[in-house]
Design a protein around this ligand. Structure first.
Ligand code: AP5
Ligand code: ZN
Length: 215
């Protein structure tokens, strides 16, 4: 199955992507994670992306699209994938459509995680990520007493772009550039909206219920 997750920063795309992709045994392709891995290992790609990410702006399309094209060409993505954080604007969505058409493929479904702005600010301000396994935690909702991952013992860190003024800018960028994708995919007939409020497992169950008719 070929799936895209769309939704504002902090909607829970990364959180849901890890559960849905492992449930379906398909690779989770998160452009944010790939960029962050490149920044921390100091590659040329990471060096080019970092300034945009620190400001909360989108990395230019030519950099992002080349990276995604390479990743989608990998063997493990041939029969299905879950994209988290891509596409992020209409030109990226049009390019993705062309890339898939080259392989006689198309998206099966686009899941929109629907959640209001107050909730995403609350979620992002308490987010912590494991530096070893990548698992996403929340200081309040997961009742974290320390900065250690309960899964692997790795140290948790706060993302640089989760500072309040950057979060506010990321939300503006979402409204201006990414929100139009909802109409784009509604017109394509593949959009399904999911209520992304409430406990994480309940959101996962709503997402899996939306996917079931396609399996
Ligand atoms: P990216 O990493 O994609 O960031 P984002 O879209 O802003 O999304 P987030 O990762 O902040 O949020 P999320 O929806 O994944 O939420 P999460 O599951 O973590 O992109 C970062 C940057 O990279 C961009 O700004 C840009 O510069 C660049 N970039 C990436 N892709 C690009 C592209 N295609 N083009 C150009 N540039 C690109 O959850 C948030 C918190 O809430 C966590 O603490 C979690 O534990 C908690 N939580 C989740 N669900 C629930 C729930 N149901 N109840 C309570 N808490 C919950
Ligand atoms: Zn961990």
């Amino acid at each position: 199955m070929r799936i895209v997750l769309v939704g504002p920063p902090g909607a829970g795309k990364g959180t849901q992507a890890q559960f849905i992709a492992s449930h379906l045994s398909i690779p989770k392709i998160s452009t944010g994670d790939i960029f962050r891995a490149n920044v921390s290992s100091g590659t040329e790609l990471g060096r080019r992306a970092k300034a945009y990410m620190d400001r909360g702006d989108l990395v230019p399309d030519e950099i992002t699209i080349a990276m995604v094209r390479d990743r989608l060409a990998a063997e493990d993505a041939r029969d299905g994938f879950l994209l988290d954080g891509f596409p992020r604007n209409v030109p990226q969505a049009e390019t993705l459509k062309k890339i898939l058409a080259e392989w006689d493929a198309r998206l099966d479904i686009v899941l929109e995680l629907v959640v209001d702005e107050d909730e995403v600010v609350r979620r992002l301000s308490g987010r912590r990520t494991c530096s070893r396994c990548g698992r996403i935690w929340h200081v309040d909702f997961d009742e974290k007493q320390d900065d250690i991952c309960d899964d692997c013992g790795g140290e948790l860190f706060q993302r640089d772009d989760d500072r309040e003024e950057v979060v506010r800018h990321r939300l503006e960028v979402y409204q201006q550039q990414t929100a139009p994708l909802v109409q784009f995919y509604a017109d394509e007939g593949v959009l399904v909206g999911i209520d992304a409020t409430g406990p994480i497992e309940e959101v996962t169950n709503r997402a899996l219920a939306a996917l079931r008719p396609l399996q």
